[in-house]
Ligand binder design. Structure first.
Ligand code: PFF
Length: 456
């Protein structure tokens, strides 16, 4: 259903219904699903982490997504402007979101760069082995290096800049549209390959059968933070995207579809990586290198030609999934500068990317030569990651639900999510109750029990 690009009050809009779903799902589905989710499940006790993660998606994710859609669409303004317009006492929530976007964009492109470099490494045949020491060595050499990771990060950032400078319709929408279906298909092929490896059943058990003795405040916070990160919630990203949405869009169904797709991709990625890691006798708790070590080993079992071909497609898709997420992060910052500081899109993108590139260099170097520089025991890369996942995004989610539940008011919320009564939403009262009471309570409890383990 392509329509000509429309503008309201000088603002771009998504050109088709399906375009918004793909852009929002493109933001949600990214490195968080394919790179982070499997390794966090591996380092946080497997099943316990996965169960708490799923509980957070069900109890918090869907509802918070709907809140952000409603706030963005209602105001047609990005996060800061939305709160400024509705209740300026909450403007700090939008500002915290822009801050989060900066911090995430201070390390995310580094990992995006690793995936670009892995496309190249696969083409060059550097990864066609199944032994952990060699694959681990390739990964460590890359991330602790100087020129190579910074070069790939720069290339990754340039791709983002070009797309975001093109604006919502032309750039973001087009890029997201064809990538998601391709990613699904490839993941399903890989799940089949992974689950037919010897001993793969053990991996499924590790991932889905919770061992409750591993439950701790830290694990719960890691799972909740990951749900926020993976769904792009709690920092105004979905407010920003839905500010470009037309008034007749069905927010309720989008708020089901987007978290549903995101969770499916995370679970599929976990089902590719964890059983394979266990089958190859790799360390599941190895951390950030898990995907980059395990997946090449899976491809190596598929034979030189097929393995290489799938390897290239896989890393291209990870890079694309990452790009459709990081452009949404960049858009949070850029639309803030456009809406609040009256900058042109091009100028906003230019100024932002210089700062981000410097942050990314620091984050990348912190994994190698600068690893001695730490803040509360964490290097720069981990500090950017942990502040956002464990602190600013859950707190952002807390304040957004408090705002909708207690300050925006039931009537206004109802009118917005039901398009003034034209969209049916039978669960409205349940949703509003979740916003008002349940979500703030869950976030607070997990936050307070988990935060003492933050520094480690
Ligand atoms: N959800 C993205 C991922 O899973 O990779 C990361 C992300 C994008 C987080 C946009 C936050 C955000 F606003």
């Amino acid at each position: 259903m392509e329509q000509p690009s429309t503008t309201t009050g000088g603002r771009d809009q998504f050109r088709s219904r399906i375009g918004f779903i793909f852009a929002a799902a493109g933001s949600a589905v990214g490195l968080g699903n394919i790179w982070k989710f499997p390794y966090l499940a591996g380092t946080n006790g497997g099943g316990v982490f996965v169960v708490i993660y799923l509980a957070c998606v069900i109890l918090i994710g869907f509802s918070l997504m709907l809140m952000e859609f409603a706030l963005g669409r209602n105001t047609s303004l990005a996060a800061v402007g939305a709160f400024r317009k509705l209740d300026s006492r909450f403007k700090f929530v939008g500002v915290m979101g822009v801050f989060s976007a900066f911090l995430i964009m201070g390390f995310y492109p580094v990992v995006g760069g690793w995936s670009l470099s892995y496309i190249f490494k696969t083409i060059m045949g550097e990864l066609a082995v199944t032994d952990a020491a060699t694959l681990g060595g390739v990964f460590d050499t890359l991330i602790t290096g100087v020129f190579s990771p910074i070069f790939w990060t720069a290339l990754y950032l340039v791709i983002n800049i070009v797309i975001v400078a093109g604006g919502i319709g032309a750039g973001i929408e087009k890029a997201s549209k064809w990538m998601m279906p391709a990613l699904f298909v490839l993941l399903i092929i890989l799940v089949v390959r992974s689950l037919t490896l010897p001993n793969a059943g053990e991996g499924l058990k590790y991932m889905f059968a919770p061992d409750w003795s591993k439950l701790s405040g830290g694990v719960a916070l890691a799972a909740m933070g990951q749900a926020f990160f993976s769904l792009s919630l709690g920092m105004g990203c979905m407010i920003t995207y839905s500010s470009y949405l037309s008034k007749d869009e069905n927010l309720v169904s989008n708020a089901f579809i987007v978290p549903g797709m995101d969770t499916l991709v995370a679970i599929l990625a976990g089902m590719v990586i964890i059983p394979a890691a266990i089958s190859f006798n790799f360390e599941v708790g190895a951390g950030p290198g898990l995907v980059f070590v395990t997946v090449p080993a899976i491809f190596a079992t598929m034979g030189p030609v097929v393995g290489k071909l799938f390897g290239i497609i896989f890393f291209v898709l990870i890079a694309l999934a990452a790009i459709t997420s990081s452009i949404s992060l960049l858009e949070v910052i850029v639309s803030y500068l456009i809406d609040e500081k009256n900058m042109t899109r091009k100028k906003a993108v230019g100024a932002t990317s210089v700062i981000l590139f410097i942050m990314c260099i620091a984050a990348s170097m912190s994994l190698g030569d600068w690893s001695g520089f730490t803040i509360l025991g964490n290097g720069i890369f981990d500090t950017f990651d942990k502040i956002t996942t464990f602190i600013t995004m859950p707190l952002g989610g807390l304040f957004i639900s408090l705002f909708v539940g207690w300050f925006w008011g039931k009537e206004k919320a109802k009118n917005e999510v039901t398009n003034n009564g034209t969209v049916k939403f039978a669960l409205f009262d349940v949703w509003f109750f979740l916003c008002k009471w349940v979500i703030p309570a869950i976030i607070l409890v997990i936050f307070i029990t988990g935060i003492p383990s933050f520094p480690g």
